[in-house]
Ligand binder design. Structure first.
Ligand code: GLN
Length: 196
């Protein structure tokens, strides 16, 4: 059986995520049993095994989710979701910007652009629970998570706040694991979802 991972292709770095999932699948020799595709229609969502929401501009992605009818299919989706940067903003229970209509699939509050102008874009080695060595993370106008609920597992933090979390099969990261050649977090997500 072929498992299908859909990368929400409304805005943001879609092709980078597709490449990262394909290279994660290759690590396991699973490229034939894992199909990775760009998702452009809400009707595709229920046929997927996992969904990725890429980085971009959360206000724009949120507007497009509502406009094109993705909101309910995403909220009702039963598979795991992998959300990075703007995606992490969208997954939250609440967001500090009224222009974002959060999906509320993970129990934390998202704070947009949490690193201020001095640190708009930067790279840092972040310790992630369960990884044997730090993850070299690329942050671009990144959010942080605050006030995690009981079901949340915090995987990594910076002085500014939480930057990596899991809840069930969902994973949210405030940085961009698809930039760079380290597939460990994509692999971890695929394993959590039982897809490799
Ligand atoms: N600052 C953006 C937002 O809050 C996220 C930036 C990104 O995804 N790289 O939507």
């Amino acid at each position: 059986m072929v498992a299908r991972i859909g990368v929400l292709a409304l805005q943001g770095d879609v092709s980078e995520h597709i490449d990262a999932f394909r290279s994660a699948a290759r690590t396991f020799g699973s490229e034939a049993s894992l199909e990775v595709l760009a998702v452009r229609k809400p009707a595709e969502i229920p046929h997927l095994d996992a969904v990725a929401i890429p980085g971009g501009e959360s206000t724009t992605i949120s507007r497009l989710i509502d406009k094109f009818g993705f909101y309910s299919p995403l909220v009702e989706f039963e598979g795991g979701m992998f959300a990075t940067c703007a995606g992490m903003v969208l997954m939250a229970r609440e967001v500090d910007d009224p222009r974002v209509h959060p999906l509320g699939l993970m129990d934390y509050a998202a704070k947009r652009n949490a690193f201020g102008r001095q640190r708009e874009s930067f790279e840092a080695d972040i310790g992630i629970a369960g990884l044997d060595r730090p993850f070299h993370a690329v942050f671009i106008r990144a959010p942080v998570a605050e006030h995690p609920g009981n079901g949340i597992k915090v995987l990594g933090s910076c002085p500014e706040g939480i930057v990596a979390l899991e809840q069930g099969r969902h994973m949210a990261l405030s940085f961009h694991p698809e930039l760079g050649n380290d597939p460990r977090l994509h692999i971890r997500f695929l394993k959590n979802c039982g897809l490799v």
